[in-house]
Design a protein. Sequence first.
Length: 309
Amino acid sequence: MSAGRSILLWGSKNNWMRNHVPKFRFVRHAVKKFMPGETATDAINATRELLKKNIPTTFTHLGENIKDLSEAETAANHYLELIDRINKEKIDIEVSLKLTQIGFDLSFEKTLECFKQITKRARECGNNVFIDIEDSSYVDKTLDFYKKVKVEYDNVGLCLQAYLYRTMDDLKELIQINPWIRLVKGAYKEPENIAFKKKKDVDDNFFELSKYLLSQIQERGIRVAFGTHDLKLQQQIRNEATKIGLAKNKLEFQMLYGIKSAEQYKLAEEGYNIRTLISYGEFWYPWYMRRLAERPANVWFVAKNIFRN
């Protein structure tokens, strides 16, 4: 792991920085590269523009690691209202959330209760919900949670991370329940004994996992979203899909708002499923620092804004 990435991931968890950095005007300006605004209305307006390019979206209302279960109910109510609004306005927007935003650190059962409310409402509205995976300390617990939910609800997916050594084993265990999977590289600082450190190793593992998932799309018809901005990896996945006879419309890529937008438009134009992930809310600092850490060169974008303000 590079020194720059390590510093950014450290900063994402530093309480002083979390409380003070978001107040800086240039930082608030720079974060707009990745986030259209802090409200659901901002995110919906951005979606309407993307839909003109045939690109639907997935929303995350930012928040994690709450300290009181009353906050879990507040977060759950936000998603319930959001799903109702999406349904009323008839827009193609799915939702994705972190379990620690609805109480995972405090109560498994309360989190399950909140999540089922959200997923039930989504199903009633013909919508879907994804679970955003968090750092490695949550993986076992999250897999157990997903299995419990999947018994009752078929409109729920799970994010898994390619930089963890364990992910292939996790996939092969989950495949029996026909999971929906969003595969990403991973955005947390993890110890060397459980995660690949070199970019090439992460990329290689991402592709190996992708080949397995492509075979499962073909054999089982599961839903898989390949969450990467790496154009080389995207092309490898596309080539492998062609090799095994998968049509373009069987592939789904998911990419973040504001990153490689032209490439997102191109994927849609070429007939691939592409969905843009849009995050919004006031609790954006740790999420933003992890986005920078995924590609430390993005820090230059922030630095340029220092001299403009």
